[in-house]
Design a protein around this ligand. Structure first.
Ligand code: SF4
Ligand code: SF4
Length: 368
């Protein structure tokens, strides 16, 4: 990725590891607060440092971020720096008072996790009543006109219910729907993730929803798609430009550990702001090498041979690692599936231009 400016444009920050649920699909196995989470003073100083690093958006995450007592103080400091302020919550604690706080603090987006009809959502979240509380939270947000979206993690557990989820979201007045695919990380058992047989029909469903955005806008997660015909259609004909972990995206854990993306496993921790500053970690030329120094030799399997690799770099690193154990050998790629079926990929003039621009100096030497 030479000639490309690295800065932490978008940060997902686990402000606490504490959670009032124990979701089956939790990518980090959150539960109890870490023993040494950042103090308020450390957290506020970190926000100032992120502003100096030109960060544009901070997404407060967890665990359940509303369990951290000083979340309002952190939100105020983020807005003080004119950064976009987002939060992702399971909605359980979102009452009228908290909705009023979201409004007063000018949250730019509140994401509420919503994973199925009552029985399925409560089962996945292992919390009775969690569906109804999330539904009520979205209703309150809609009535108070606080910008919000629903966030759905799709797996084999709820794939059959996405039409029902959509119906409930329309009912509650939700206008924006983020759809991600659950990865085999944290507590999520691999055998419950989406099976590859189901992947093409899942993408068909997203394409159909995308054609009717008059009712609810669809935001497709970065771990779905990639080139081919349907993958390109999913991003409106634009080239997919790969995973930005450690180049434009940054993840922060509640005790100060730094990763390129919060959803990546612990082996991707690059350091801790208590040992050296975030600025020093970010500016270290040897950090985040899996993306900053990505070459064809980083890839394996069908990604290694792929014509789109210089742009795609194997798609979502977390998904690829969860599924194959490698940074770039990603079975959740619709182009791979279409290629096996003999379907020619869509290649636009812009893709051709970019592929030429990012052409590697030498071709692959030996198949991995
Ligand atoms: S095969 Fe790998 S590099 Fe090629 S488009 Fe699919 S995920 Fe991306
Ligand atoms: S690992 Fe996946 S979710 Fe994280 S930045 Fe990369 S594409 Fe996005």
């Amino acid at each position: 990725m030479t000639g490309y400016k690295f800065y932490p444009q978008s940060v997902v920050w686990e402000i606490t590891f504490a959670c009032n649920m124990r979701c089956l699909h939790c990518g980090t196995s959150a539960g109890k607060a870490r023993p040494d989470e950042l103090t308020t003073a450390e957290a506020l100083a970190l926000i100032d440092e992120l502003a100096a690093l030109e960060c544009e958006v901070i997404n407060l995450s967890g665990g359940e971020p509303l369990l951290r007592k000083d979340w309002r103080q952190l939100a105020e400091r983020i807005k003080h720096h004119n950064m976009y302020l987002h939060i992702i919550s399971n909605g359980y604690l979102v009452d009228d008072e908290i909705v009023a706080d979201f409004k007063r603090l000018q949250f730019d987006n509140v994401g509420i996790s919503f994973d199925g009809t009552q029985k399925t959502h409560d089962y996945i979240r292992r919390t009775p009543g969690s569906h109804d509380r999330a539904y009520a939270a979205m209703k309150r947000l809609a009535e108070a006109k606080v910008p919000f979206c629903a966030v759905t993690q799709v797996s084999n557990l709820n794939l059959g219910e996405i039409d029902d989820i959509r119906r409930e979201l329309l009912e509650v007045g939700c206008k924006s729907w983020r759809i991600q695919m659950t990865t085999a990380t944290g507590r999520m058992p691999k055998d419950l993730t989406l099976t590859l047989d189901n992947y093409p029909s899942f993408i068909d469903k997203l394409l159909a929803y995308g054609k009717d955005e008059s009712q609810i806008q669809i935001d497709v997660g970065e771990n779905i798609g990639y080139f081919g015909c349907k993958g390109t259609e999913l991003v409106g004909g634009q080239p997919y430009l790969g995973c930005f972990a450690g180049t434009r995206v940054l993840g922060i854990e509640s005790d100060g550990k730094i990763k390129g993306c919060l959803s990546m496993p612990e082996e991707f921790v690059e350091g801790n702001i208590r040992d050296s500053s975030l600025t020093a970690i970010w500016n270290d030329p040897d950090k985040f090498a899996y993306n900053r120094k990505f070459t064809r030799e980083t890839a394996r399997g069908e990604c290694y041979d792929c014509q789109f690799l210089p742009l795609c770099r194997g798609g979502c690193a977390t998904t690829s690692v969860g599924a194959s154990g490698h940074r770039a050998d990603n079975p959740y790629c619709i182009y791979r599936i279409e290629r096996r079926q003999g379907i020619e990929p869509t290649i636009t003039p812009l893709m051709e231009k970019l592929l030429d621009q990012f052409k590697e100096p030498a071709g692959p030497t030996e198949k991995r």
